[in-house]
Design a protein around this ligand. Structure first.
Ligand code: ADP
Length: 398
C-alpha cells in the first residue's frame, strides 16, 4: 500500500494523453489531453473533479511544453509532490522487450533501436520520456510495451511466409499490439470467472477504433491478428485489416497511386469508414444501418463476419475455447455486434443469453451466454492505464 500516485503518459506524434492514478483504488484523479502539438494552435485540456480546463500551448507547442503545463496543473491541485513514478506507453519493443522495464540509458537506446518498427510512435514516446525526465526530476520512469505480451507467440505464428532472410535482416515478422490490454483483460477474466488463468483457453477480442483479437492459453499470447503493423487482421474503424498484398501493384498500375498513398488509404480511409462512406464510428454505423443505409449495413456485416471468422481461427491457436472475451469500446458496449457474431458461432456450442447481453455495457462486466453453452462468452472492460500504473508502481518499488 502506497500513498504515492502514478502518472501515466501516452505520447503520440501530435498528442499527449496523461492520467494521474491511485494505484490501489484505480481512481483517476486528473487527466489531460494535449492536441495539435508542433502546430501553432496547440493546446492541452485538463479534467479534474469533473471539470474541464483548456490551456493554450502556443508559447511552447511541443511535448516539453505540454509536460510543463501538466506540472503546473498538478502544482495547482497540490498533486505534484504525491507523484511517485511515471509510466509510459510504448508502441514497439520489438523482440528486445517481453516485459515492462525501468528506464535507463540502455532502455532509451533500445526504444530508439525499435524506431523502424514504429516510425511514428517510438520517436514521440522518446520525446515524452525525455520531457518527463527533465521536468519530473529524480522520479523513476517505467516503459510498458504494446508488443511485450505477444512475445510468447510461437515462431510458426509470428513468421510470415516470405524469404526468411527478411526476418533475419530487418526483423520483419508479426509483433501484434494491444498487449497491455490483453494482459489486463486475461487476468481480469480469470478473476471474474474464479479460475486460474493457467486453466483457461481464451480468445479475447479488443474492439475499439483499432481492433484486434488474441488467443491466450496458460496466461500467454499464442497468436494475435495484428502483424508487423496494426494494419493486419480485423476490419477496423479506418483500417482494412487483411487484404491481398497484390492490391499495391494493382492500384499502382490502374489508379496511378504511390506506395505512400495506398498505405494511407488502407490505414485511414478504409474499414467501416471506407465501406460505408459515412463514418469510422461504430455507433453511427449501427444507427445508420438500422435506418436502412446500404453502405452502413454492408460495413457492419463485413465487420461482424470477419470477426467471427477470426474467432474460429483463434480457437485453433488457443487449442480450444473455454472463454470468449469482448473488450474495448465496441466489445464492451455493442450488444448488436456481440449478438450477431455469436449468431455465426452456434456450431461451437455458444448460446447467447439475450438479457445478459443487453445488460453488459457501460463498464459492466458479465457472462452473456446461457448455462448450457460449451464455453462462456464474457464482457470485460479493459483498463490499460491501470495496468501501466501497476507495472510502474511494482518496478519503481512503490
Ligand atoms: P480506441 O481504439 O480509440 O481506444 P475505444 O476503445 O474507445 O477506441 O472504442 C471506440 C469505438 O467504440 C467507436 O467506434 C465507438 O463508436 C464504439 N462504441 C462506443 N460505445 C458504443 C456503443 N454503445 N455501441 C456501439 N459502439 C460503441
Amino acid at each position: 500500500m502506497t500513498q504515492k500516485l502514478i502518472l501515466v503518459l501516452n505520447c503520440g506524434s501530435s498528442s499527449l494523453k496523461g492520467a494521474v492514478l491511485d494505484n490501489d483504488s484505480g481512481e483517476v484523479l486528473l487527466s489531460c489531453l494535449a492536441e495539435k502539438l508542433n502546430l501553432p494552435d496547440a493546446y492541452i485540456t485538463f479534467k479534474f473533479n469533473g471539470e474541464k480546463r483548456k490551456v493554450d500551448l502556443s508559447a511552447k507547442p511541443d511535448h516539453t511544453g505540454a509536460v510543463e503545463a501538466l506540472m503546473e496543473e498538478l502544482k495547482a491541485h497540490d498533486l505534484d509532490s504525491r507523484i511517485g513514478a511515471i509510466g509510459h506507453r510504448v508502441v514497439s519493443g520489438g523482440e528486445l522487450y517481453s516485459e515492462s522495464i525501468l528506464v535507463d540509458d540502455e532502455v532509451i537506446a533500445g526504444i530508439e533501436k525499435c524506431i523502424p518498427l514504429a516510425p511514428l510512435h517510438n520517436p514521440a514516446h522518446l520525446l515524452g520520456l525525455r520531457a518527463a525526465q527533465s521536468i519530473f526530476k529524480g522520479l523513476p520512469n517505467v516503459v510498458v510495451f504494446d508488443t511485450a505480451f505477444h512475445q510468447t507467440m510461437p515462431e510458426h505464428a509470428y513468421t510470415y511466409a516470405i524469404p526468411h532472410e527478411l526476418y533475419e535482416k530487418y526483423g520483419l515478422r508479426r509483433y501484434g499490439a494491444h498487449g497491455t490490454s490483453y494482459r489486463y483483460v486475461s487476468d481480469e477474466t480469470a478473476r471474474f470467472l474464479g479460475k486460474d488463468k493457467k486453466d483457461l483457453r481464451m480468445v479475447i477480442a479488443h474492439l475499439g477504433n483499432g481492433a484486434s483479437i488474441t488467443a491466450v492459453a496458460n496466461g500467454e499470447s499464442r497468436d494475435t491478428s495484428m502483424g508487423l503493423t496494426p494494419l493486419e487482421g480485423l476490419v477496423m474503424g479506418t483500417r482494412s485489416g487483411d487484404i491481398d498484398p497484390a492490391v499495391f501493384s494493382f492500384l499502382a498500375e490502374n489508379a496511378n497511386m504511390t506506395i505512400a498513398q495506398i498505405t494511407e488509404m488502407l490505414n485511414k480511409k478504409s474499414g467501416l469508414l471506407g465501406i460505408s462512406g459515412l463514418s469510422n464510428d461504430c455507433r453511427t454505423i449501427e444507427e445508420e444501418a438500422a435506418n436502412g443505409h446500404a453502405g452502413a449495413k454492408l460495413a457492419l456485416e463485413i465487420f461482424i463476419y470477419r470477426l467471427a471468422k477470426y474467432i474460429g481461427s483463434m480457437t485453433v491457436a488457443a487449442g480450444g475455447l473455454d472463454a470468449l472475451v469482448f473488450t474495448g469500446g465496441i466489445g464492451e458496449n455493442s450488444d448488436i455486434i456481440r449478438e450477431r457474431v455469436l449468431g455465426y458461432l452456434g456450431f461451437l456450442g455458444l448460446h447467447i443469453d439475450q438479457e445478459a447481453n443487453l445488460k453488459a455495457r457501460f463498464g459492466n462486466a458479465g457472462v452473456i451466454t446461457t448455462a448450457d453453452s460449451k464455453a462462456v462468452v464474457v464482457v470485460i472492460p479493459t483498463n490499460e492505464e491501470l495496468m501501466i500504473a501497476h507495472d510502474t508502481a511494482r518496478l519503481s518499488g512503490l
